[in-house]
Design a protein around this ligand. Sequence first.
Ligand SMILES: Cc1cc2nc3c(=O)[nH]c(=O)nc-3n(C[C@H](O)[C@H](O)[C@H](O)COP(=O)(O)OP(=O)(O)OC[C@H]3O[C@@H](n4cnc5c(N)ncnc54)[C@H](O)[C@@H]3O)c2cc1C
Length: 282
Amino acid sequence: MKPPAFRYFAPSTLEEALELRAEHGSDSALLAGGQSLVPLLNLRLAFPAVVIDLGRLRELSGIRAADGGLAVGAMTRQREVERSDLVRERVPLVAEAVRKIGHPTIRNRGTIGGSLAHADPAAELPAAALALGAELVVRSTSGERAIPADGFFRSYLTTALEPDELLVEVRLPAVTGGSSFHEVARRHGDFALVGAAAIVDVSGAAIRDARLVLMGVGPRPVRAATAEAMLRNVQPSEAAFAKAAAEAVAGLEPTSDIHATADYRRRVAAVLARRALMEAAS
Ligand SMILES: Cc1cc2nc3c(=O)[nH]c(=O)nc-3n(C[C@H](O)[C@H](O)[C@H](O)COP(=O)(O)OP(=O)(O)OC[C@H]3O[C@@H](n4cnc5c(N)ncnc54)[C@H](O)[C@@H]3O)c2cc1C
C-alpha cells in the first residue's frame, strides 16, 4: 500500500509548524504518532497536499503537575502517559484508559494529542477527557485558546480545531472520588465496541458527584448528564447505579455494523456503565 503523493515538512520549532499550518490550512495533515494518519494515507482515505511532521517539536512533549491536576504536551507518547507515576496518582482514569489502547507498539508511537485530535468515537482518551472535564489548549499564529472537552468533540473524526490550529497541550484537572473505565472489544487490542468511563465521589453515606461518559454509542463520546444528576445525593447502591445506567442509554441510537448491532451496543453500554459506576464508588 502506498500513500498518495504529498509535500513533507518537518519543522523544528512550534512557530515554524504554526506558520506552515497557517499557509496550508485544510490542505495539510499533522503527523504525530502516525498510528491513525498513516493507515488513512495508505488506504487512500486521506489526501492531504502537505504533511507537517510534529516529531521534532520537543516542546510539545512532557507531563507536568499543574493546578492540582496535570498538563500534558500533545506530542507525549501514550506509553509515557501509561507509565507515568504522576498520571497514576493524579488522574488514574487516564492511566486506566490509555492501557486499553491497541497494543504496546501502537502506544509507543501514538500520542495523547493525536488520539484527541483524531476523535474516534470509540477511542478511550476522548471519553476520559470528557469525563474529567479536560481542557484542550490549541494554538495558531493568531494566538491560543483553551477549549473545554465538551465543546471539542463535534462528530465522527471531527473536532472544534480550525484548519490553521494545532493542539499543543491537554489540561487534566484533578477530580475527587474514585474512577473506573470498562470496555468490550472483540479481541484484545481491538478498538472497543462500546465503553464507559465513570467518576464517583462519595461523601459520608451519599454520592456527592458522579460523572459518566459512554463511547462507541454515537458519533462522539456522550456525557450522560441526566444519569449523573439522578445519582447526586443518593446512597450508592447497585440498584441506583443500574437505574442511572439504564437512563444513560435510553435515548441513544448507536449504529449497527458488521461488528455489533445497535441493540447489542446499547445493552452492553448499560452493563458497562453500571459496572464502572459501582467500581468507581467502591
Ligand atoms: C492496530 C491499531 C489499533 C489501535 N487501537 C486503538 C484503540 O484501541 N483505541 C484508540 O483510542 N486508538 C487506537 N488506535 C489509534 C491510536 O491510538 C492512535 O495513536 C491515535 O488515534 C492517533 O494518534 P497519533 O499520535 O498516532 O496521531 P496521527 O495518526 O499522527 O494523527 C491522527 C490525526 O490527528 C491529527 N493530529 C495529530 N496531532 C495533532 C495535533 N497536535 N494537533 C492537531 N491535530 C493533530 C492529524 O492531523 C491526524 O488527522 C489504534 C491504531 C492501530 C494502528
